[in-house]
Design a protein. Structure first.
Length: 135
C-alpha cells in the first residue's frame, strides 16, 4: 500500500510540474505569448496571460500538495477548454505556416493535459461518492 501512495505522489508531481512550468512561462515569456494571441479570440493579451499563468501555478501547487485536487482539476479543465477553443484552434487557421504548426502541437499537448485533468476529477468524484455511500 505504501508503494502505491509513493507511485501516486510521483504521478501527481509528474502531472502537475509541467503545468506549473507553463504557468511560470506565462510570466517569463509574456511578449512571446502576446504575439501568439494575435490569431486568437482573446483581447488585452498581457494581463490575461499573467492571470492564466497564475491560475496554472495555483492549480499545479494544489495538485502537487494533494490539497483541493478535485477542485483544482475542475478549474484546470475549464481553463484548458478556454485555451483550446479561444487560442489554439483559431491559430490552426493562421496564414503563417509556422504559427499553424505550433498551434497543432499546442492543441495536442493541451488536449492530453485536459484528458488527464478529466480523469483525475472523475476518479476523485467517484471516490468521494463511494466513501459517502459507505458511511
Amino acid at each position: 500500500m505504501k508503494q502505491l501512495k509513493t507511485i501516486s505522489c510521483i504521478g501527481r508531481i509528474l502531472f502537475a510540474l509541467p503545468i506549473g512550468m507553463m504557468g511560470l512561462n506565462h510570466f517569463l515569456m509574456t511578449p512571446l505569448f502576446a504575439q501568439q494571441l494575435k490569431e486568437s479570440l482573446i483581447p488585452n493579451g498581457a494581463f490575461l496571460i499573467m492571470i492564466s499563468g497564475l491560475m496554472l501555478m495555483i492549480v499545479s501547487a494544489f495538485i502537487m500538495l494533494n490539497k483541493f485536487v478535485e477542485i483544482a482539476s475542475l478549474w484546470l479543465i475549464g481553463l484548458l477548454v478556454m485555451i483550446i477553443c479561444a487560442i489554439h484552434i483559431p491559430s490552426l487557421f493562421s496564414e503563417d505556416i509556422n504559427v499553424a504548426q505550433l498551434a497543432y502541437i499546442e492543441v495536442l499537448k493541451t488536449t492530453s493535459l485536459l484528458g488527464g485533468a478529466i480523469m483525475i476529477a472523475l476518479y476523485l468524484y467517484e471516490k468521494r461518492k463511494l466513501e459517502s455511500s459507505n458511511s
